[in-house]
Design a protein around this ligand. Sequence first.
Ligand code: SAH
Ligand code: SF4
Length: 352
Amino acid sequence: MNRRTIELLAPTSLYDASRADINNALAGEPSYRQKQVWTALYEQFLLPEAITTLPKNLREKFANTFPVALELVTKSSADNGDTVKFLWRLRNGGNLIETVLMFYTDRATVCVSTQAGCAMGCTFCATGQAGFNRQLTSGEILEQIARASRYALDRDRRVSNVVYMGMGEPLANEPAVHESVDRLHDDMGLSARHITISTVGIVPGIKQLKDWSLPVNLAISLHAANDQLRDELVPINKRYPIDQLVDACNEYLTVKNRRISFEWAMIKDTNDRKSDARELAAICNQLSLAPHVNLIPLNPTPGWPTDASPMGRVREFCAELESFGVNATIRRNRGTDIDAACGQLAAGQLSG
Ligand code: SAH
Ligand code: SF4
């Protein structure tokens, strides 16, 4: 029995159900009900109990067949309400995951989790420190976006961008992530160019991603430009060392010809020296299309007592990269005071 059959027999989330599944469940009802339910779920982002266009008994029947997967534990906000973090308990299994919604003047971005926990064990990452629990289904990923979209709609905003940068490694859960991206595009109407997959560098996953039909953005969490340091910070580098990663990026570029970005968490006296900038520039030069480098000051985590590079050093590093011909931008971490920054997710609750 394949994964899809299992999900259909017992959908984890109502967003695991396709349009055909929903229509089948409404067999015997007047046909306009199908459109009502679809609009409620995919345009208005309502939970079943709030679909008041349906009679109560039908609403209940629907909710029993297609359950809500995410129970809200807490919602916290920072940056004057422009960053909102949702902490959810998964109905199936009880693990905690998080979703972050960020409002900007010109867009609203949702950062989604793809796994409960993560098996990759990056030393500086709170999710990695806590370990892996389970894969999320495509519906659980989509439900995070739908729930954040409802919150945005209540404030007259629409979610325009989705980044797969929450808990978990998207390309270690490729089938569900791929399905969620297709449905985000087809059913929620998001442009593929507004969708970004961030990966620690799972080489077989990058090879799969190059064959996806939709032209999503790819971000690689590089953080170190030599194998010795990267083995330490990002242990999966021992399995997929930098040379293999660069080859996979070039294969991807041959097919997609879309600029990749490299993520670089700035860690004091670890990967922020001029020699690191030079090594990083050398890697950028090996790519057939010049990548863009995003510099993000580290969010120190309790499990790894290391500091972020001071802002002055981040700016110098950025200038050094530019002097080596690399395009780089310093990114501000949103929501650090509510632990909403990527890599902080669920840490507070998990560590007690
Ligand atoms: N697993 C994927 C996506 C989730 S992590 C990946 O690793 O790319 C999202 C981003 O947050 C990655 O670039 C990751 O390296 C970064 N990150 C994790 N912990 C961090 C921390 N403590 N400070 C700054 N960035 C961090
Ligand atoms: Fe997993 Fe990404 Fe954290 Fe590494 S940085 S442990 S891959 S979530």
